[in-house]
Design a protein around this ligand. Structure first.
Ligand SMILES: C[S@@+](CC[C@H](N)C(=O)[O-])C[C@H]1O[C@@H](n2cnc3c(N)ncnc32)[C@H](O)[C@@H]1O
Length: 300
């Protein structure tokens, strides 16, 4: 544990090459400049006094990674690591290939979400279920885990906090500032067939315009009998507001594809590749904000 956390802090080498700041980096494939990040107040979100932050860092290094189980402590670590990255690099790393199968402005939208640490700790819901599965709980250190679309390091650090091996935890995203998160497209993953024992997709499938392609790629990189966990956020209160916001940002597309995937629809995407269903949680009637979550074994 102790060793693991030391690795987390050491694993912080910048992964992007430095480039000139850009005045208006708003097109696909371009990133937000450091100047812009500063202007939008990222540094203001790091509200803890320096003394408190150093104390938390000391505690983590000196004690154990278990502190990362707590989302407020994790938030300090995530903010610190992001701020450290931005101090050393002008831009967040963005996938350089052609983005063919994602809804418009996926990159811009998520760079904005990254900056605000949007959705922080919502991955905990899936993690709590995973930890209650015996063959997961008993083999945490050795299981290879893929998080598709983590956006920030929150989900990855939570896994490490609960005992997964830092070297076995990989993220894949179109954007990254983290050595834990490979830059790539979920429709064409840079991994060998049968690599991962667990794959987690929290609020990412709905970004795809070719979900079957994304799923077949996910199935390719997953080992047999692996565990697949998929969730999609659902906000029944603010659907109209969310849709108009989305339309303004995404130039006319509706959010329906992004927020309405039910657990039945998720399972249908996997078809006969979905084996034993461990957890099927449609957002219950009467709950306004939550997540449709389904966790199941890959068949065969
Ligand atoms: C809404 S965020 C989800 C963040 C986190 N998993 C959560 O649940 O809060 C969706 C993430 O998926 C990533 N993403 C979207 N399309 C992708 C693709 N084709 N390949 C890889 N990542 C993708 C986005 O860049 C973004 O970081």
């Amino acid at each position: 544990m102790f060793q693991s956390l030391r690795k987390v802090f050491q694993k912080s080498d910048p992964i992007t090459s430095k480039q000139e700041d850009r005045a208006t980096p708003k097109q696909e494939g371009q990133a937000i400049s450091k100047q812009e990040w500063r202007q939008t107040g990222l540094s203001k979100t790091v509200v803890l006094p320096e003394a408190a932050k150093s104390l938390i860092k000391e505690m983590i290094l000196a004690n154990s990674s278990q502190l990362l189980r707590d989302s407020s402590i994790r938030r300090v670590v995530v903010e610190e690591r992001l701020a450290r990255f931005l101090a050393a690099n002008s831009e967040i790393n963005v996938f350089k290939g052609k983005i063919e199968h994602s809804i418009p402005n996926t990159v811009e939208w998520n760079l904005d979400g990254l900056k605000h640490l949007a959705g922080f700790s919502r991955g905990d819901q899936i993690l709590r279920v995973l930890l209650s599965i015996d063959d997961v709980a008993q083999r945490l250190q050795s299981l290879k885990v893929l998080i598709v679309g983590p956006r920030i390091e929150d989900e990855l650090l939570a896994l490490v906090g609960w005992g997964f091996g830092p070297d076995n935890v990989h993220g894949l995203d179109l954007i990254s500032y983290s050595p834990f998160v490979d830059v790539g497209d979920m429709h064409d993953m840079p991994y060998e067939t049968g690599t991962f024992d667990i794959a987690i997709l929290s609020n990412v499938v709905s970004y795809s315009t070719d979900q079957s392609k994304a799923i077949s790629e996910l199935l390719r990189v997953s080992a047999s009998n692996s565990i697949l966990a998929v969730s999609e956020a659902c906000d029944r209160r603010s659907k109209d507001v969310a849709q108009s916001h989305f339309r303004a940002l995404f130039g006319g597309d509706s959010t329906s594809n992004a927020i309405d995937l039910t657990t039945k629809e998720i399972l249908a995407l996997f078809g006969s590749a979905a084996g034993h269903v461990i957890f099927d949680h449609p957002i219950p009637d009467g709950v306004e904000i939550g997540s449709n979550i389904v966790i199941f074994r890959k068949a065969g």
